[in-house]
Design a protein around this ligand. Structure first.
Ligand code: AMP
Ligand code: ZN
Length: 112
């Protein structure tokens, strides 16, 4: 499948993971919008939030557990952070492998 994030997961595109578990990986965004800008993605390909079957929604919990761990590991859990999922064209989604942006390291401005 011609998916840039699947290629990152399978090593075709070199990247260094800041976090990995059985179902989830995380890496730094290429164009950071904050001092900390990490993308958290499932290893399994789902194009967007719309494409996760009801009986596989546990992956959303796995992703949020990963985010909790990443925030603690990187030390921004106490100061706070923002989690963003862009879904579809009005949502501004550009990469169609579901991903959650984790933004931290400064006081963030309004959402939009
Ligand atoms: P979205 O607009 O929510 O689909 O966000 C896609 C994000 O993926 C953008 O913030 C890009 O900077 C980021 N991105 C695209 N290609 C790469 C890559 N090869 N490595 C890391 N981040 C990437
Ligand atoms: Zn993919």
């Amino acid at each position: 499948m011609d998916c840039i994030f699947c290629k990152i997961i399978n090593g075709e595109i070199p990247s260094s993971f800041v976090y990995e578990d059985e179902n989830v990986v995380a890496f730094e965004d290429l164009n950071p919008m904050a001092p900390e800008h990490i993308l958290v993605i499932p290893k399994k390909h789902y194009a967007s939030l719309n494409d996760i079957p009801e009986d596989e929604m546990g992956i959303i919990s796995d992703i949020h557990k990963a985010i909790q761990n990443i925030a603690k590991q990187r030390g921004f859990d106490k100061a706070g952070y923002r989690v963003v999922n862009n879904c579809g064209s009005d949502g501004g989604q550009e990469v169609f492998h579901i991903h959650f942006h984790v933004l931290a390291g400064k006081t963030l401005g309004p959402i939009c």
